[in-house]
Design a protein around this ligand. Structure first.
Ligand code: PMP
Length: 423
């Protein structure tokens, strides 16, 4: 058995140093089941953060779907095959009209990259409006529209055709009155549209992930979309983190805001860990993109990936995981809100379904971000067998976004563990 020390040492030699590891004392995870992960010594961890393993680690139905199709065939989209069509049909049934045309790719980044190209085919330019602290992917053009990266360590700053609007954060942002914050923050989008002239692409997550687990204020997307669209622009909803029932009350995050985007990008959870993602749009936009240049993708939409994604969508429905996210998420949120009242360093608890953020502060009055404490908390929770992570502009927001099979008992375990730590 290769020891953890040896694994760390060889990682340093054969892998690029820009790959990071979670936790001060990194974990070597060798097995996963449902919402649990196991390290090399057999120690069990409750996974509260892996929204990629959406229906649970190593779900038997998903594994079976992959295995059966792997034994038969894996090719590309230049041959006719029914798996891709079955997937497109079941996926578009989950989306409102006119979102009825799919392109399958291999990662959230690839999906957003393609979405930007489609939007540019409509607008005729590269003008893009993004929310501050947003992250949309790892390619050159996506780093350029991700303030999280271009304003972060090693970033090269904003490029000319990108407008950054303030994050609509009603806890520590410019506007905090939930009654009108959506309208106020949308005004920034209006100004950016005016500045860019006709035809901006507006890309936003429908709940903000890297931006700090933020639920958008009422009306924000509705009003922003109106400003963008009335100027001939295109609105992309990045559902890479929050799609497929995670938020409990709805299947898609954009439904919370009562909007229909022009383009939706879907990633992480779609393959339950297998690399498949999707761009779904209207027939008009798909046609505009069809300018004579073939779109070929070696792996995107292959029969194995499609069989896997189809099985994931089926499992979400068959096991009623959206309902579970609503029930367990509501329970966990209400327990966390009680804890917040008793605990000076919990500044805010927010979220929807199984997408929750806990903002750690020095004290409730000043709201000063307590980044060190947040990091200490996730390290201590890890020692107690609970895996969380931190994010947000100050890296002081604890993220909870577990596999959707998370139970009320699991939620109670987190709360008890927090109590042990805080009191
Ligand atoms: N969009 C959002 C909102 C994301 O959080 C991420 C990944 N964290 C991406 C896009 C990029 O996805 P991937 O890592 O699959 O390329």
């Amino acid at each position: 058995m290769i020891t953890k020390k040896e694994t760390i040492a060889s990682r340093k030699i054969v892998l690029g140093p820009s790959l990071s590891l979670a936790y001060d004392d990194p974990l070597k995870i060798i097995k996963g089941r449902g919402q649990y992960l196991y390290d090399e010594s057999g120690k069990e961890y409750l996974d509260c953060v892996n929204n990629i393993s959406h229906v649970g680690h190593c779900h038997p139905i998903v594994i079976q779907a992959a295995h059966e199709q792997n034994q038969l065939l894996n090719t590309n989209t230049r041959y006719l095959h029914d798996n891709i069509l079955e997937l497109a049909e079941i996926l578009t049934l989950k989306l409102p009209a006119p979102l009825s045309v799919c392109h399958f790719v291999n990662s959230g980044s690839e999906a957003n990259e393609l979405a930007l190209r489609m939007a540019a085919a409509v607008t005729g330019n590269q003008n893009t409006i993004v929310l501050d602290h947003a992250y949309h992917g790892n390619t050159t053009s996506l780093i350029n529209i991700s303030p999280y990266k271009f304003n972060g360590k090693g970033g090269l700053g904003k490029t000319e055709n990108v407008e950054v609007v303030p994050s609509p954060d009603i806890y520590r942002g410019n506007y905090t009155n939930p009654g009108n914050a959506g309208t106020q923050y949308a005004k920034y989008v209006q100004n950016a549209v005016i500045k860019q002239g006709k035809g901006s692409t507006f890309i936003a997550e429908s709940l903000l992930g890297c931006g700090g687990q933020i639920v958008l204020p009422k009306g924000f997307l509705q009003e922003s979309f109106q400003y963008v669209k009335s100027n001939g622009g295109v609105c992309i909803s990045d559902e890479v983190q929050v799609g497929l029932g995670r938020i409990g009350s709805h299947y898609w995050g954009f439904e919370l805001q009562k909007v229909i985007p022009d383009i939706v990008t879907i990633g992480k959870p779609l393959g339950n860990g297998h690399p498949i993602s999707a761009v779904v749009t209207s027939p008009e936009i798909a046609d505009a993109f069809n300018n004579g240049m073939e779109y070929f993708n070696s792996f995107g939409g292959n029969p194995v990936s499609c069989a896997i994604a189809y099985s994931v969508l089926k499992v979400i429905d068959d096991e009623e995981l959206q309902n579970n996210a609503l029930d367990v998420g509501n329970y966990l949120m209400s327990e966390l809100k009680i804890l917040k009242k008793e605990c000076e360093i919990i500044g805010d608890v927010r979220g929807s379904g199984l997408f929750i953020g806990i903002e750690i502060v020095e004290d409730k009055q000043t709201k000063l971000p307590a980044t060190k404490s947040a990091i200490e908390i996730i390290n201590r929770m890890k020692e107690n067998g609970i895996l969380l992570s931190t994010d947000g502009p100050f890296n002081n927001v604890l993220k909870i976004k577990p596999p959707m099979v998370f139970t009320r008992e699991n939620a109670t375990t987190i709360i008890e563990c927090f109590k042990d730590l805080f009191f």
